[in-house]
Design a binder for this molecule. Structure first.
Ligand code: MTE
Ligand code: MO
Length: 206
């Protein structure tokens, strides 16, 4: 199979260039924890679709085969979970969010992204955060296909925000004019989640 890759180049997330790579209140872990709400869905790739909808010029519904034929990028990033662990030096391979923008085209009113995952999970991002050059739909981690626990077949990776924004088992993204807080964001987590500012929890009362 012919897979377009931008050479051997690896996009280095800006966090990996910091002298101190561990944000305040975090501790490094040497194994990769598994964390999510609910059960691990067993996704059949022949049934899986990625839907790009909402404020786009062309709605897309990509099969797994179509998704795999898109140009790939590789990104080196650190992972910071709001519960306090950080896992450094992850090499991701997948499709850049910029590639999706190129294919679907954004309407000018699109300001937010709702990421949809199996079982009704959602998370929300601004279009600015979503289209940073180190954000991707990952299919591989450190050279190996993602395991079901870590999001197979496709997970989002948003390196500059706490890891809850990196939805596993992604099924679609929806572009909206209004923000719509997702699963963790409506269960007490911060709406944005910058680990360097310790944007862990929402300050509004629940
Ligand atoms: N679909 C889905 N994705 C999710 C979650 C979830 O509950 N459901 N939890 C998030 C949280 S809080 C974290 S820390 C990471 C953990 O990813 P990992 O299990 O690959 O380490 O997944 C994120 N993505
Ligand atoms: Mo998390």
């Amino acid at each position: 199979m012919l897979v377009a890759m931008s050479g051997d180049e690896v996009i280095r997330s800006p966090d990996v260039e910091r002298k101190n790579r561990v944000p305040p209140g975090q501790k490094i872990t040497d194994h990769w924890p598994v964390l999510h709400y609910g059960q691990v869905p067993r996704v059949d790739p022949s049934q899986w679709k990625l839907t790009i909808s909402g404020l786009v010029k062309r709605e897309l519904r990509l099969s797994y085969e179509e998704f795999l034929s898109l140009p790939r990028v590789r990104v080196l990033s650190d992972v910071h979970c709001v519960t306090g662990w950080s896992y450094l030096d992850n090499l991701w391979e997948g499709v850049s969010t910029g590639e999706i923008k190129r294919l679907a085209g954004l309407k000018p009113e699109a300001r937010f992204v709702i990421v949809h995952a199996e079982g009704g999970f959602t998370t929300n991002l601004s279009v600015e955060d979503f289209f940073q050059p180190d954000v991707l739909f990952a299919i591989k981690h450190n050279g190996k296909t993602l395991t079901p626990e870590h999001g197979y077949p496709v997970r989002l990776v948003v390196p500059r925000l706490y890891f809850w924004k990196s939805a596993k088992w992604v099924t679609g993204v929806e572009f909206t004019a209004e923000d719509r807080p997702g699963f963790w964001e409506t269960h007490g987590y911060h709406n944005r989640g910058d680990p360097w500012k310790e944007e862990r929890y929402s300050t509004t009362a629940f």
